[in-house]
Design a binder for this molecule. Structure first.
Ligand code: SF4
Length: 469
C-alpha cells in the first residue's frame, strides 16, 4: 500500500455463549489489528452486568492478564479503532458502554454515519449531552431517546435514522446483536465456535479462535443472539448492496473471506487482469509490500515475468515514529521499505502497488528503486485512479489532495519519475469482482456515491418495527 494512502478503518468482534468470552475477543481483535491500531476495547457481560476495559494502543499493549481477568462473562464485544470520525483520545475508544433507563448497553461500530452531525445537532437541541466526539455515540442517544417499548424496536428505531455505513455489534447483559447497514458497505460475518456464536469484521478472526465461518451478515440484516437462539430480521427499507470494493483491493487481510470471496484470490486476479491490460517488457515483477504482494504474483503469473522480492517491509516501525523534517524526509519511507539490490540491479522492474493516493510515497519508491540499480521502473496499480474521498468509514485525504484528481495519467507518471504507469481499468475491476453477489461501492474511483455524503436535512425514515424484546 502506498504509505501515504487510504487508512484502515475499524474492526469489530463479538461472541455469545462462550467461557472466557473476553479472552476470545482479545484473540479476535489481534486478528483484526490491521483494521485499526489507535485503540482497542472489550466489553464483557455475565448475564446481569457489563464491564468494559479500553485504551489507546495496539491490542497487545492495551490489555494485561489482570485486565482481561476482570472481564468476566460468556458474552463479549470488542473493537479496534482507527479514528475516521472523532479525535484520538481514550473517551472515543470503543466499545461505548452506557446505562440508560432500560439498563446497560454496549456498542462497537465500523463505518461512518454521514448524517451524524445533523442528528447530533438535533439531539443537542433537545437536551442530549455528549461525552465523546464520535458518531457512534449518536446511536446510543437515539436508542435511549426512542419511544419504542422493546430494546430491539428501540435499536431498529435508532439505526433506521442513520444514513451511511455501519457494521455494528451491540450487547446487553443477556443478548448480542449484529447489524449491517442496508447497503452493507463494511463487512461482517457470522461464525460458530462449538456452541458459541461469533461475529467479526473478517473471517481471519474466526480462524484464529478455531471458529467456523457460517455466512455473511447480509446487507440490511439484524442478527439477534440470546439464550433462545438466533434470529434474523430485515427491519430497514431494502437497498441495493454496495460493499466497499477497497476491502478486496487493500483493507482486508488476504487470508480472509470477505463479501463471500477470498481476498487473496481476488487480488491475484486483479494482478492478472492488470498484466493483460498493461503489458510491458521487463525482467522482474516486484510488489510494494505487504498488500501489493498478491497483485504482483498475479501480474507475474499472467505475464510470465518472474516475481522477485525487490522491496522488504520493516514490521518494527512503531506508530510513534516521528517523520523527520523536510531535509531528511525520505528516511520515513526508507525505514518502512528497503530495496534488495541483488533483485533490482541492472533490471527492468515492474512494481505493483494497490493504489496511488497523494503520490508522495510512490515517487520515493521509484527513486529508491533507481538508486538500487533498476534500469527501468514500470509502475502498475491494481485499481483505477482514486479521485474522490470516502465518506463511509475509510480515512482518505480530501479529493484535492488525491493526485489523480489533479493530473492525467501521463502527468502522474512524469511526476513520479516512472518509465510507464498503468492503472487497472474500472471495467477490469468490475469484471474481476463480478456481480453475482451484488454490486460494490466504487465511489472513490467513479464519484458515484450510493448515499449522499453531504445530507442537508434529517430524513424521516420509516422503519418496520418488531414485537420481540
Ligand atoms: Fe470503499 Fe471507496 Fe466506497 Fe469508501 S468510497 S466505501 S473506500 S469503495
Amino acid at each position: 500500500m502506498s504509505l501515504d494512502g487510504f487508512r484502515d478503518e475499524c474492526g469489530v468482534f463479538g461472541v455469545f455463549g462462550a467461557q472466557e468470552a473476553a479472552k476470545l475477543t482479545y484473540l479476535g481483535l489481534h486478528a483484526l489489528q490491521h483494521r485499526g491500531q489507535e485503540g482497542a476495547g472489550i466489553a464483557a457481560a455475565d448475564g446481569s452486568n457489563i464491564v468494559r476495559y479500553r485504551g489507546l494502543g495496539l491490542v497487545g499493549e492495551v490489555f494485561s492478564d489482570d485486565e482481561l481477568g476482570r472481564l468476566h462473562g460468556t458474552t463479549a464485544i470488542g473493537h479496534v479503532r482507527y479514528s475516521t470520525s472523532g479525535g484520538s483520545s481514550t473517551v472515543n475508544v470503543q466499545p461505548f458502554l452506557v446505562q440508560y433507563r432500560a439498563g446497560q448497553v454496549a456498542i462497537a461500530h465500523n463505518g461512518n454515519i454521514v448524517n451524524a452531525a445533523l442528528l447530533r445537532e438535533d439531539l443537542e437541541e433537545h437536551g442530549s449531552i455528549f461525552a465523546t466526539t464520535s458518531d457512534t455515540e449518536v446511536i446510543l442517544h437515539l436508542l435511549a431517546g426512542s419511544r419504542q417499548k422493546t430494546f430491539i424496536n428501540r435499536l431498529v428505531d435508532a439505526l433506521g435514522r442513520l444514513q451511511g455505513a455501519y457494521s455494528v455489534v451491540v450487547m446487553t447483559p443477556g443478548r448480542l446483536v449484529a447489524v449491517r447497514d442496508p447497503h452493507g458497505f463494511r463487512p461482517l460475518v457470522l461464525g460458530r465456535r462449538g456452541d458459541a456464536w461469533v461475529v467479526a469484521s473478517e473471517t481471519c478472526a474466526l480462524d484464529l479462535i478455531d471458529g467456523e465461518f457460517i455466512r455473511e451478515v447480509n446487507h440490511g440484516e439484524m442478527v439477534i443472539i440470546d439464550d433462545e437462539g438466533i434470529q434474523s430480521l430485515y427491519p430497514f427499507p431494502r437497498e441495493d448492496r454496495r460493499a466497499c470494493i477497497f476491502e478486496h483491493i487493500y483493507f482486508s487481510r488476504p487470508d480472509s473471506l470477505v463479501f463471500g470471496r477470498s481476498v487473496y484470490t481476488q487480488r491475484v486476479e486483479l494482478g492478472r487482469t492488470l498484466a493483460a491490460e498493461h503489458p510491458v517488457d521487463a525482467d522482474v515483477v516486484i510488489a510494494v509490500p505487504d498488500s501489493g504482494v498478491s497483485g504482483a504474483l498475479g501480474y507475474a503469473q499472467r505475464s510470465g515475468i518472474p516475481y522477485g522480492r525487490g522491496l522488504l517491509r520493516s514490521h518494527y516501525v512503531g506508530r510513534t515514529f516521528i517523520e523527520p523534517d523536510q531535509q531528511i524526509r525520505d528516511f520515513g519511507v526508507r525505514l518502512k521499505l528497503s530495496p534488495v539490490r541483488s533483485v533490482l540491479s541492472g533490471k527492468r522492474v515492474i512494481v505493483v502497488d494497490d493504489s496511488i493516493v497523494r503520490g508522495t510515497t510512490s515517487r520515493k519508491i521509484v527513486r529508491m528503486l533507481r538508486r538500487a540499480g533498476a534500469t527501468q521502473v514500470h509502475l502498475r496499480i491494481t485499481c483505477p485512479p482514486t479521485r474522490s474521498s470516502c465518506f463511509y468509514g475509510v480515512d482518505t485525504p480530501t479529493s484535492d489532495e488525491l493526485i489523480a484528481s489533479k493530473m492525467d495519467i501521463a502527468g502522474i507518471c512524469e511526476h513520479l519519475g516512472a518509465d510507464s504507469l498503468g492503472y487497472l481499468s474500472l471495467e477490469g475491476l468490475r469484471t474481476v469482482q463480478g456481480t453475482d453477489r451484488g454490486r460494490f461501492c466504487e465511489a472513490c474511483f467513479s464519484s458515484d456515491y450510493p448515499v449522499d455524503p453531504h445530507p442537508k436535512g434529517l430524513k424521516d425514515i420509516q422503519v418496520n418495527l418488531f414485537s420481540q424484546d
